[in-house]
Design a protein around this ligand. Structure first.
Ligand SMILES: *Cc1c(COP(=O)(O)O)cnc(C)c1O
Length: 354
């Protein structure tokens, strides 16, 4: 029998969102926070054109995409690091700090990949329970020890959708020692409308230990191509670039991401439509009698406790795939108006059947 690392026996596996279908064939996938829109024609065209070059390796440094991101956000190109999805950039961060004895602090519940990446990198997860549906930043600051190398802050938080405001985040950052890296995971930044929620890039510009993670998977609609990025002070970006596997960001992903940055106005209209639907869905749920925390992301969170699995099944029987989390709650992505209506109908029926 080959011998493997012990951690593989105890590590939680990442559970991707499932697709389901109702008996009549209806199927709405609201379980992975994807964009419900087909890719933009201009992006599809760029990908089709790029397909002619895939006999060659991609540009290993993703130079054009790196420059496009640097220009878009007015940061030096040396502060940008790319990976095949921001979850892989997060993995590169964990690998960059991962040594026996090192601790990484993050809230729980938060993004499911964090414990997995910590285990893989051989670091200790220090999971700080949410206060209600929000980050408990006081408790997180208190959890920092001289073994802490990194803190992950998911803003807005996946799966609760709640966002941390400027004053609160700044006073937290003031309390974190400068040799502890704070990673602001902003996978849903484009959906934020509350002006008191800070843009992580503003904080990165002011502090040497703040890094920002963003992705093309959600608002930009490129989940299937895998491309995400980090914007961080030079030493952090350099460390992340050292841990990347050669040619990790493929040619089509680079091309599609560049085309998407060019089409940002068009994408912004889609994001706006999702934000409007988010308001409609949340208000309709509240009118039905649900408690729904305010959300700044492209999903809503229902804390159902032990009713979580039956609720997910009730939705599935109507062709609506949602994301259940154990006995805690359900996260539901905002989709097309039709998909959202199907979900609202299932949620309403569930309450009436109780
Ligand atoms: C979806 C998500 C990501 C990563 O997405 P990629 O597809 O790997 O870019 C990262 N962080 C959070 C919190 C997410 O929800």
């Amino acid at each position: 029998m080959p011998r493997f690392r012990h951690i593989l026996d105890t590590m939680a596996a990442y559970k991707p969102g499932k697709a389901v279908a109702a008996p009549d064939g209806r199927s709405y996938k609201l379980s992975s926070n994807e964009s419900p829109y087909d890719p933009l024609p201009s992006v599809v065209e760029a990908i089709a054109e790029g397909a002619r070059q895939v006999n060659r390796y991609p540009d290993p440094g993703s130079v054009k995409l790196t420059e496009a991101i640097a220009e878009r956000f007015d940061v030096p190109a040396g502060h940008v690091a790319l990976g095949p999805g921001s979850v892989t950039v997060a993995q590169q961060l964990f690998e960059s700090v991962g040594e026996p004895g090192v601790e990484v602090v993050y809230a729980w519940r938060s993004f499911e990949a964090y414990p997995l990446l910590a285990d893989l990198a051989g670091v200790k997860s220090v999971m700080v329970p949410l206060a209600g549906e929000d980050h408990d930043l006081d408790a997180m600051a208190e959890a920092v020890t001289d073994r802490t190398s990194m803190i992950f802050v998911c803003n807005p938080n996946n799966p609760t959708g709640t966002a941390i405001r400027r004053a609160e985040l700044e006073s937290f950052l003031d309390r974190v020692p400068e040799d502890v890296l704070v990673v602001l995971d902003e996978a849903y930044r484009e959906y934020v409308r509350d002006e008191d929620v800070p843009d992580g890039l503003t904080l990165y510009r002011e502090r040497p230990n703040v890094a920002v993670l963003r992705t093309f998977s959600k608002a930009y609609g490129l989940a299937g191509l895998r491309v995400g990025y980090l914007i961080a002070p030079e030493p952090v970006a350099t460390a992340v670039r050292k841990t990347v596997i050669p040619f990790a960001v493929n040619h089509l992903a680079q091309i599609a991401a560049i085309a998407s940055l060019r089409a940002e106005d068009e994408l912004q209209e889609r994001v706006e439509a999702v934000v409007k639907e988010r308001t409609r869905v949340r208000e309709a749920l509240i009118a039905q009698g649900w408690t729904v925390p305010p959300t700044e992301a492209n999903f809503v969170w229902l804390r159902l406790g032990e009713r979580t699995p039956v609720f997910a099944e009730a939705c599935a029987s109507q062709g609506v795939a949602v994301r259940p989390y154990g006995q805690e709650g359900v996260r539901v992505s905002i989709g097309t108006p039709q998909a959202n209506d199907a979900f609202l109908a299932a949620a309403g029926e569930f309450l009436q059947s109780k």
